[in-house]
Design a protein around this ligand. Structure first.
Ligand SMILES: O=P([O-])([O-])O[C@@H]1[C@H](O)[C@H](O)[C@@H](O)[C@H](O)[C@H]1O
Ligand SMILES: [Mg+2]
Ligand SMILES: [Mg+2]
Length: 284
């Protein structure tokens, strides 16, 4: 098992680096923008090209492994997590940033066995930061070990979150209700990098104390959640319950005391799960 996981890690890092090159080059091209679940859920040909590149390369090396890839799911592939070895891929996390050349864009690759993330690689390709984690083996950025912040007081914390791409009025109300509660605690600040994977790497790096979101997908958080755990942090549901990769809800924090103060402030809602087939023939 140990050797397999090392091979997986090495391959994930190599292919993420290659994908990052493609993304960086594409920044100088015209970016034709298409939409998916809503008018602000963007996708480009580069997202699709990079996902193909990653899946093809992994298939050659690990022909038995399964995949859950953001753009494959958008094209109709199922998004079901099984006990089999599975690569969970977000070819461009931060597509809106990519479209606008806002400088945080990541390739996120998580690898699960028995539905548990064993390897996580987040390549923040415009910063050239390669974040890596193996379960039980620590978290690293460009080879340097990561450690979450030791702040226990939420009032002295920075909290990361995102607005996502769901503009239903009830969802927007919940987002603002959580934000108002958290800002008024008060906290030192609220930030959002525009990519869930980078937000998680910021928690792992100790630059922000926590990140929460509802509505993101398993490919946004699979790799980054392991970074946080391996840097000494915790990952849970936004209501304080157990984390569930497919629930589209996450609260990742440096420690339990900060996390539980946030649980009290977050107005929760339940997006459709990643593993629930909503419309026949389409997995959203
Ligand atoms: O679409 P994408 O750019 O891969 O991923 C999105 C980003 O992570 C964004 O920060 C988050 O708010 C969304 O929920 C994600 O879907
Ligand atoms: Mg994403
Ligand atoms: Mg993406």
């Amino acid at each position: 098992m140990a050797d397999i996981l090392q091979n997986v890690m090495d391959h994930a890092v190599a292919v993420a680096r290659k994908a990052g090159e493609v993304v960086r080059e594409a920044l100088s091209d015209d970016r034709k923008v298409m939409t998916k679940s809503s008018a602000v859920d963007l996708v480009t040909q580069t997202d699709q090209k990079v996902e193909k590149l990653i899946i093809q390369s992994v298939k050659e090396k690990f022909p038995q492994h399964r995949f859950i890839g953001e753009e494959s799911v958008a094209a109709g592939e199922p998004s079901i997590l099984t006990d089999d070895p599975t690569w969970i891929i977000d070819p461009i996390d931060g597509t809106t940033n990519f479209v606008h050349a806002f400088p945080f864009v990541a390739i996120s690759i998580g690898f699960t066995i028995n539905k548990r993330v064993e390897v996580g690689v987040v390549y923040s390709c415009l910063e050239d930061k390669m974040f890596t984690a193996r379960r039980g083996g620590g978290a690293f950025c460009n080879g340097e070990p990561l450690q979450v912040s030791d702040q226990t007081d939420v009032h002295r914390s920075i909290i990361a979150t995102e607005f996502g791409s769901n503009r239903d009025p009830e969802v927007v109300d919940k987002i603002f209700s959580s934000l108002r509660n958290i800002l008024s605690l008060p906290v030192h600040g609220v930030r959002g990098a525009g990519t869930a994977a980078v937000n998680l790497s910021l928690v792992a790096s100790g630059c922000v104390e926590a990140y929460y979101e509802m509505g993101m997908h398993v490919w946004d958080i699979a790799a980054g959640s392991l970074l946080v755990l391996e840097a000494g942090g915790i990952v849970m549901d936004v209501d304080g319950g157990d984390a569930d990769l497919m629930s589209r809800r996450i609260l990742a924090a440096n420690n339990r005391s900060v996390a539980l103060r946030l649980v009290e402030q977050i107005a929760p809602y339940r997006p459709d799960r990643d593993d629930v087939k909503k419309i026949s023939g389409k997995w959203w």
